[in-house]
Write a protein of this length. Sequence first.
Lengths: 301, 294
Amino acid sequence: MVAEAEFTSYYGRPIVKEPTWQALDIAGYLFLGGLAGASSTLAAGAQLSGRPGLARPLKLGAAGAISLSLVALVRDLGRPARFLNMLRVFKPTSPMSVGVWILSAYAPAAGVAALAELVPLGRLSPLAKLGTAGAALIGPAVASYTGVLIANTATPAWHEGHREMPFVFVGSAASAAAGLGLLGAPLVENAPAQRLAVIGALAEITAVRLLERRVGIVAETYHRGHAGTLMRSAEALTLAGLAGASLTGRRSRFGAAVSGAALLAASACARFGIFEAGRESARDPKYTVVPQRERMQAERP
Amino acid sequence: MSERLSLLSSVRGHGDPAADVYDEHPPRMGFFTDTSLCIGCKACEVACKEWNRVPEDGLNFTGMSFDNSEGLSADTWRHVAFIEQRKPVGDSQANFQHTGATVELDSDFRWLMSSDVCKHCTDAACLDVCPTGALFRTEFGTVVVQEDICNGCGYCVPACPYGVIGKREDDGRVWKCTLCYDRLGEGMEPACAKACPTNSIQFGELDELRVRAAGRVEQLQQAGVLDVRLYGEDPGDGVGGDGAFFLLLDEPEVYGLPPDPIATTHDLPRMWRNAAIAAAGLLGAVGASFAGRR
């Protein structure tokens, strides 16, 4: 345990402002967007390898998740009626602007791929194939850009971990999509979901560990309070889902479904935990002052 | 104007941000807030509210010395901080020449006051991250929100390394100091600077203000005042220098200012690179998941 860092502040008041975003909308979007993006990619693989029973729940899940995401994103705006103002410009310096354009390409593709599943023989139509392929290729961008979205802020718990955040997010997204596959696919087709669950879960756990090591004193915000509870739940659920998927994933339909649900819940917990840690780190001036002082000392000894 | 967006507004050491947007423009204007002259009268807070019609946002007793506006926010564009310290004002042997009278300073108590404001950064994170183009760079090099475009996404709020810009809850949009853009266009100085009775808030061409500030530091040091420093005047700092900079008498964090702020957009190329690697990794991981017999 490190000693409490010494620092001064103006009556303990925060220096940076915490995000005005609502947790349900924005942490919810971080989860759903990741789930959608990775699911589309897994669905295309399922279709190409002749696993329609795996592709179907993933495509439907992706379209559902991205639709809910768009509702959450618009609802979180201070002026929802001005949503379209996002489309006035394209700014690479704004991850939100980049994200809006990524979503503008992704959501219709994911929607077409899902709609085709609801029509008999629909998925064989050229438009459906285009939608499936498009969503599969843009999906990883949907899953990873959100890591940059939150890291490109002055929020200490997010920015100090800016190198690792995209890896945490795609790991979490892969594990969630694998969870959806395990939950929705028949046993004979779920082997790829099971393998992706292992890769995604291990990637996420590793990336979170690296992030927590990188952020120094700010790691406290990932361990304490509400955020700490969420992050610990995320890790426990990930490990449970991973064990369940490995042990029963190919033998028991029930075991596969429970493991899949655990992985989905783990991903949601991780996103809400990271969101909470960010808010907590903005509230306490210690997490703004101490890392900056350390950086100054490292640069100008 | 705002449509002409520079792709990399965050290149370090570029002192003329308006040049990215305008072919011809007036000199960069800014504030030099000399906190050693501040008497804590809050005329700047009042003048700002009056001129810019900023709504009332609470008349609170905070217990933080004479501070009752707490900090910069959507509805507080100038904020006077009050700090009570057990420190001598200057060298305790020094005599202050003050309006002709010589004052013997034997107290070990000092009261710091400082009027804080938007820094109008050279590399402005709020402007960089704004997805609608509502935040823009004016011809004076300042940063202003166009309220008819802002859709209240709130991204600029956590992006600001100083915690300046805020969301007005009943309105949904973000608001901050405009450096009185409307007055500047008419050749007038901003309302706060106009109202400041001690010239603690000085408005002018940024280059000229920097020269004046350097002279003031020297003057105070010769008078034996401890811990004099400029804050935000260095174009080599993490935000490319501030359009509104300060003379402080203690560490920045004592006043609620970050000691080494950075525009996080500086790290954006590395972040995009890692996001691309992560996305490629996800594609690869999914591909690998299908490599197997079943």
